[in-house]
Write a protein that binds this ligand. Structure first.
Ligand SMILES: C[S@@+](CC[C@H](N)C(=O)[O-])C[C@H]1O[C@@H](n2cnc3c(N)ncnc32)[C@H](O)[C@@H]1O
Length: 269
């Protein structure tokens, strides 16, 4: 392969600029952990479950090289269009983006050498069905490697929110916030999920990343917080009291605000 010897770049090409603007930092925090540990070898067939806009499918395809073939699976059609455009702009021909549901995968039995999932598998609507499908489509001896944020994430925020809810008596139903907080993944929970479907967890790598904001106003107005988290937080609060609760929360959060987010890389066979 000597395409790199004749490669030229057009920095004014909008497709290249879009590909350069690659990934939400939230996905990157877990994704870097996955890329540090995921087993790599040429000429393997890989599946990325819940690939969204193409991560890690496209990056992994490049790290494995053109002898590999990587499928990304996701039901989100607009995200897959974006992933296809990025793969084309990066010149990656050995990645295939498939629209579909992890609970009913459009693949033959024992098709993949490696299955990966960044912030996907254990957060899907039906993780049991997804894990069973992973087991079905993975070759004997193949690996499943996933990365996820863990219970304990953003504890600094939830402590303040819990206090504000207690002060205002505004929680929608007793324990709603606690259930929201405790509902995050744990290594033990993911291990149990995978073992229920015939996997054996062989390797776990944990790390902690820090998300920092100047204050609560910055946090609550950050686009990714609004996109990924705000609905879940609002659902724990009586809507009639939401303005009061979130106003108090915004004022009570420390300046600067540092949120701890634990992540795990979990590899199974
Ligand atoms: C938190 S996002 C992670 C996306 C990507 N892996 C990343 O790191 O940016 C979870 C992804 O799972 C996808 N998803 C939701 N339901 C799914 C299903 N039933 N089967 C496969 N993927 C699903 C979503 O569309 C979304 O792209």
């Amino acid at each position: 392969m000597s395409g790199h010897l004749t490669f030229t770049v057009d920095l004014d090409d909008p497709a290249l600029v879009a590909a350069y603007d690659d990934l939400p930092l939230w996905s990157a925090m877990a994704g870097l952990l996955l890329l540090e540990h995921v087993p790599l070898a040429p000429a393997i067939v890989v599946l990325d479950v819940g690939c969204g806009t193409g991560f890690p499918a496209i990056e992994l395809a490049e790290r494995l090289g053109p002898s590999s073939r990587v499928h990304g699976l996701d039901p989100w059609a607009a995200a897959l269009d974006r992933a296809r455009a990025k793969a084309a702009a990066r010149g990656v021909a050995h990645v295939v983006l498939d629209r579909g549901d992890a609970a009913r995968m459009p693949y033959a039995d024992r098709h993949f050498d490696l299955i990966v999932s960044n912030l996907g598998l254990n957060n899907l609507p039906d993780p049991e069905a997804a894990a069973a499908e992973c087991r079905r489509v993975l070759k004997p001896g193949g690996r499943l490697a996933l990365s996820t944020n863990l219970v304990g994430h953003m504890a600094e925020l939830y402590e303040v929110l819990e206090r504000v809810l207690a002060e205002t008596g505004a929680e929608r139903e007793a324990g709603a916030l606690r259930r929201h907080v405790d509902g995050r993944a744990s290594v033990a929970g993911v291990r149990a999920l995978l073992e229920r479907h015939g996997f054996r967890v062989g390797r776990v790598e944990e790390t902690t990343r820090l998300l920092r904001y100047a204050d609560g106003t910055a946090l609550l107005n950050h686009w990714f917080v609004k996109l990924g988290f705000l609905d879940g937080w609002r659902a724990t609060v009586d809507p009639a009291r939401a303005a009061e609760v979130f106003g108090r929360l915004e004022a009570a959060l420390p300046r600067p605000l540092t949120l701890t987010v634990p992540f795990a890389y979990i590899e199974a066979q």
